[in-house]
Design a protein around this ligand. Structure first.
Ligand SMILES: C[S@@+](CC[C@H](N)C(=O)[O-])C[C@H]1O[C@@H](n2cnc3c(N)ncnc32)[C@H](O)[C@@H]1O
Length: 431
């Protein structure tokens, strides 16, 4: 019963988060206290001060026996392979060096009784659990945001309905769906998390106008059209195949919305949404959008430079993207200040990206602002028609999207039924 006591100092992973994209190794952005549950209770948007991205974990001391150290080291190594956790690796290194320093005590350890081992193992297991829970979300983890946040986020039935239709139509993974090139898009849970944060920190609501720059298959625009049900949800995509798949998604959603009209459910499918094929840089302003969203991972520098010029002469108030202040403010000089940041998970890859919510800092001189108006608001001419369409009755919008689908998708039938639906649709489009 003379188990050697070896103090293992762990949790000293004061790894500074990469200020651009890597989540900090701390619970700060989605800690239970600052988590969605607590935040959801607040009224109106919060505008917290800029958050420091360097958070340090407090050091703790545990006292397992040496044999337990060996067992726990093996467990740590296994977990390393699964999660690739920096925090775990840091712990592992410390544990290894401690093991080396205690080699001389091995013979004593062998006489340790089984009950002591079991007790110590429990302690170490608890300790490991704590480390796992206190990390920001990891891509392989079942819940998207860690245990607490997963329990508190809820997704409206109409959001689930539209995702179900989109996944049925174009696959659950981004890009061209099944069989197509994968591109970056958030999981439904991560997108819902960003929506909740936009509601809280920017007041996203039924009067907001939302644009997704480079909307791909349209999920973010379709999502906010349902929750919170914005006044105008818009997406613009320059890759034609993606846009065509996006309108194919809209087509299914509008059909479902029409079916619901007979006996509207409590959480009915909303339709104030429009997806355009085009290049965002053909616009001079972001107006009339109150919220500019862009999953901008992979956007080239020249595009950032153009978007920055556009932003600085627009009135739009909030920007939500996946690059930190160092790039957005320091390098590309967007007139922005950071309100909030939170880690997210992506479909189709093990990557996770930090989402950033910004607010405009300065407005242009009046003469530089967009002079064109639509529905009484400053509006770049590129978005006028889309805004009108999104305001159309369900029947009118549905008819219009049907025509687009007919024009771009049903122009020739393939006899090869083995191809996946999106691949077949894309091939048909290209034919
Ligand atoms: C990573 S995907 C994001 C898709 C979607 N926003 C989402 O989050 O699910 C980025 C998209 O931006 C599009 N894109 C890039 N530059 C663009 C531009 N200048 N105008 C319109 N779309 C653009 C790309 O074709 C690509 O489909």
């Amino acid at each position: 019963m003379t188990a050697e006591i070896v103090s293992v100092i762990r949790g000293s992973s004061n790894i500074e988060a990469d200020k651009e994209n890597k989540p900090p190794m701390s619970i700060a952005p989605n800690s239970p206290k600052k988590g969605l549950q607590a935040q959801a209770k607040g009224k109106g948007p919060k505008t917290p001060p800029r958050q420091s991205t360097s958070n340090r974990r407090k050091s703790n001391i545990i006292t397992p026996s040496n044999s337990v150290l060996n067992a726990s080291e093996k467990k740590r190594n296994d977990d390393d392979q699964v999660r690739g956790s920096e925090a775990r690796r840091s712990l592992n290194l410390v544990s290894r060096s401690e093991s080396e320093s205690t080699e001389t005590t091995q013979s004593t350890v062998e006489s340790t009784s089984l009950s002591v081992v079991v007790e110590d193992l429990k302690e170490v297991t608890e300790d490991l659990k704590e480390i796992t829970i206190s990390k920001p979300e990891t891509p392989k983890k079942k819940g998207a945001f860690g245990r607490t946040a997963t329990n508190t986020i809820s997704i409206n039935p109409n959001v689930r309905k539209v995702y179900h239709l989109v996944n049925k139509q174009t696959g659950s993974v981004g890009g061209n769906g099944h069989g197509g090139a994968i591109y970056g898009e958030l999981t439904i849970g991560s997108m819902q998390k960003m929506v909740e944060l936009m509601k809280e920190h920017t007041g996203l609501n039924s009067e907001s106008r939302f644009i997704d720059v480079g909307c791909g298959l349209g999920k973010p625009s379709i999502h906010v059209a349902q929750d919170p049900g914005v006044a105008f949800s818009y997406g613009i995509e320059m890759e034609k195949v993606r846009w065509v798949l996006g309108i194919a998604n809209m087509h299914q959603i509008l059909r479902a919305a029409k079916k619901e009209e007979v006996a509207p459910p409590k959480s009915a499918i909303a339709h104030k949404c429009y997806l355009s094929h085009g290049d965002m840089t053909d616009a001079d302003y972001f107006d009339p959008f109150t919220h500019v969203y862009m999953f901008d991972i992979g956007f080239p520098p020249v595009l950032f430079a153009k978007l920055s010029d556009m932003w600085n002469r627009s009135k739009s108030e909030f920007m939500i993207c996946y690059h930190g202040p160092r790039l957005m403010i320091d390098r590309y000089e967007f007139n922005l200040e950071l309100l909030h940041q939170a880690p997210t998970s992506m479909h189709g890859s093990s990557e996770g990206h930090m989402g950033y919510i910004y607010r405009r800092t300065e407005s242009s001189e009046k003469e530089e602002l967009c002079a064109n108006k639509h529905y009484g608001e400053r509006c770049d001419p590129l978005f006028e028609e889309a805004w009108t369409r999104a305001n159309d009755d369900l029947d009118v919008l549905s008819e219009h999207i049907s025509e687009l689908v007919e024009l771009h998708l049903n122009t020739g039938r393939s006899t090869r039924r083995t191809r996946s639906k999106p691949k077949r649709l894309a091939d048909e489009y290209e034919a």
